[in-house]
Unconditional design. Structure first.
Length: 237
């Protein structure tokens, strides 16, 4: 869902801004791999520069749930276990809610249930309310009877056999390592996982961004972008 509003800036001119939840197309293939490396997932590829965190997470979940790439899904789950406190939960929920795949929405609802101590993810748990979904398109029942269920998803909307999604912390960067490499992530660690932090990081990269451009790049509201740009200009002066 998007919202179109007219905002009057301090100079008196009006800006039409249409807020969106997701990009026109999610990354896939080599572009997705580079983005995943860029946010701290240890795949054998060069890292993209400053990839959007939530766009990359959503694309990775689509790769895992719709294209059955269990290696990507396993690393994604490990990444979330370590880094979920610095995910922009509002942005992620908005993006997941618009996704057409029930399997993708089921995965994120299962993640929200697993990480229930992070109360920011409460609304994410509401993006799917259907029957349980088998992680493996064939053989899930057999594997569950043989090995049991993945303890992270027991009782939730996703039925995943134990051992299918390996959990190796070495597959992802630590918080300190990722904060050194990813400007937006570092700002989130400093300021909290918010649109304001993302906008501040974007201005560090390009101080000439207008409030409307800043809002579009970060999927935030024009009001927040205008305030951040004002504060940035105050400090710059």
């Amino acid at each position: 869902m998007s919202v179109r509003r007219s905002k009057i800036c301090s100079r008196g001119w009006t800006v039409a801004y249409r807020r969106v939840a997701v990009p026109a197309e999610l990354l896939d293939g080599e572009d997705l791999t580079a983005a995943m490396v860029g946010i701290g997932m240890n795949f054998a590829a060069d890292a993209a520069g400053e990839p959007n965190i939530e766009d990359t997470l959503l694309a990775a979940s689509e790769e895992g749930m719709e294209r059955d790439d269990l290696r990507v899904l396993a690393v994604l789950v490990t990444w979330l276990q370590i880094h979920h406190p610095w995910v922009n939960a509002d942005r992620l929920t908005r993006a997941v809610r618009t996704h057409s795949s029930s399997r993708v929405r089921c995965f994120w609802a299962a993640v929200a249930r697993w990480l229930h101590r992070d109360r920011r993810l409460l609304r994410l748990g509401e993006v799917y309310d259907g029957p349980r979904v088998d992680l493996l398109r064939t053989g899930t029942g057999f594997q569950v009877r043989r090995r049991g269920e993945d303890a992270r998803f027991v009782g939730g909307p996703l039925r995943a056999p134990a051992g299918v999604l390996r959990d190796r912390p070495s597959d992802v960067l630590s918080v300190a390592e990722l904060a050194k490499r990813h400007r937006t992530y570092r700002c989130r660690v400093l300021m909290g996982p918010s649109y304001r932090a993302d906008m501040w990081a974007a201005l560090e990269l390009d101080p000439t961004l207008s409030p409307s451009e800043l809002a579009r790049q970060t999927y935030g509201s024009f009001a927040t972008a205008w305030q951040v740009k004002r504060d940035w200009n105050l400090l710059a002066a």
